[in-house]
Design a protein around this ligand. Structure first.
Ligand code: PLP
Length: 406
């Protein structure tokens, strides 16, 4: 008799965004005249920049002629894109093209990377966390059993608390696979070189691997915040880095990302670069040619200029949120090197209670921090991805509503 994947079946349904949608829908029914402003979604809104659109169109046209048609491409990406990535994103870091693997997304890559590691490894994640890291390890059978309020028995949670600037602390027990995401989603904070050095040292000392999600790298503007983990000495021996064009260049609906696995990353005599290459060429046939041409155009002079303008636009929204809330007497973190602001909810309220109040009083939708993990309770995520006009409007509504109470 056939059996289902019992690990996957253990995974509780994720209700976070479903619950939010339900609450918003119910509110809209009872207040049809009220405008809803969404500062909850982690998706970009600015359109693709012109050089990217033009490159995709040109490449699509090439696909329509026998002499310029492209069939299957190299599984790990065309040379032109890998070269552009290495020269622009890893300048001076001595990463070579065959250490870069182009894919359709950092979600797929952070979710699939476990394929090249033993199921016996102990996994450590930050709490709060981007749920992909946890859920895919549940599917793989590395998580143990789930208890409400406690989480997965075999996963080591690294609480990211206010007193530590929302940075995880080194684990006391031995862990093997450490997922780090900086600038962080959801807490919006970045990590300094000195702090990241501690993690690289831990990984080297304990023969662990760091799975470093740098999806928000393009939002970094603070000096001394590393853009790549390979800026840290020794990291090539212990870290895999994930990047994406999604938040950098508005590719959430276009799909292109990449993962870097240095050849120096060798575990028990096995090259992780070779294993991933083998895994990818078995399970995928690459990213479409027009989209890779579009991604290449992100690195053109005009592409860079325009993409940076879009990021500056989002960062301005983040500042509007942070400044507005601070003026209203709230404590708020993040928003400096990230499109996310991490708000401390008023004393005595849970994240969900604050969600309800914000919706009822202001028509503003955010994301309760508790939805990202136990240590997220008492916090609230607001995103900078709406328009400037809506962001300003939302902040004004909130400041007015909550200042009155004080
Ligand atoms: C948005 C996001 C990504 C990017 O995922 P894609 O699949 O490339 O769109 C990766 N990691 C985190 C933490 C994110 O928030």
């Amino acid at each position: 008799m056939v059996k289902a994947n019992e690990n996957l079946a253990k995974l509780p349904a994720s209700y976070l965004f479903v619950d939010i949608a339900k609450k918003v829908e119910a509110f809209q029914k009872t207040h049809p005249e009220k405008e809803i402003i969404r500062l909850g979604i982690g998706d970009v809104t600015r359109p693709l920049v012109r050089p990217v659109v033009d490159a995709i169109k040109k490449a699509a046209e090439e696909m329509g002629h026998p002499e310029t048609f492209h069939g299957y491409g190299p599984e790990s990406g065309y040379e032109f894109l890998r070269k552009a990535i290495v020269t622009h994103d890893y300048k001076g870091l001595d990463i070579s093209e065959d250490e870069v693997f182009v894919s359709d997304g950092a979600k797929s890559d952070t979710g699939s990377i476990g394929d090249i590691f033993s199921v016996d490894n102990v996994v450590a994640v930050c709490d709060p966390v981007y749920p992909v890291y946890v859920d895919t390890n549940v599917m793989a059978g590395r998580a143990g059993t789930y208890t409400e309020g406690k989480g997965w028995s075999k996963i080591v949670y690294l609480p990211c608390k206010e007193e530590n600037d929302f940075l995880p602390q080194l684990p006391k027990q031995n862990v093997d696979m450490i997922y780090l995401c900086f600038p962080n989603n959801p807490a919006g904070v970045s990590i300094s070189k000195t702090e990241l050095e501690k993690w690289v040292q831990y990984a080297l000392d304990h023969q662990a691997v760091i799975l470093y999600d740098a999806a928000y790298e393009a939002f970094i503007s603070t000096p001394n915040v590393p853009h790549s983990i390979y800026e840290i000495e020794g990291a090539k021996k212990c870290a895999i880095e994930f990047r994406s064009f999604s938040k950098t260049a508005g590719f959430t609906g276009t799909r292109c990302a990449f993962t870097v696995i240095p050849k120096e990353l060798v575990i028990d005599g096995v090259s992780m670069n070779r294993l991933w290459s083998r895994r990818q060429s078995t399970k995928m046939n690459g990213v479409s040619y027009p989209i890779q041409r579009g991604a290449e155009a992100v690195y053109s002079e005009e592409g860079q200029k325009l993409v940076r303008e879009n990021i500056a636009y989002y960062k301005q929204n983040a500042h509007i949120i942070v400044d507005g809330f601070r003026k209203a007497g709230f404590t708020v973190y993040g928003g400096q090197d990230s499109p996310y602001a991490w708000l401390k909810v008023p004393e005595g309220m849970t994240s969900w209670e604050f969600f309800d109040q914000l919706l009822e009083k202001c028509g503003v939708v955010g994301t309760p921090g508790s939805g990202f993990g136990m240590a997220g309770e008492g916090f609230f995520r607001l995103t900078a991805f709406n328009t400037k006009e809506n962001t300003e409007k939302a902040v004004k509504l909130i400041v007015d509503a909550f200042s009155k109470e004080k």
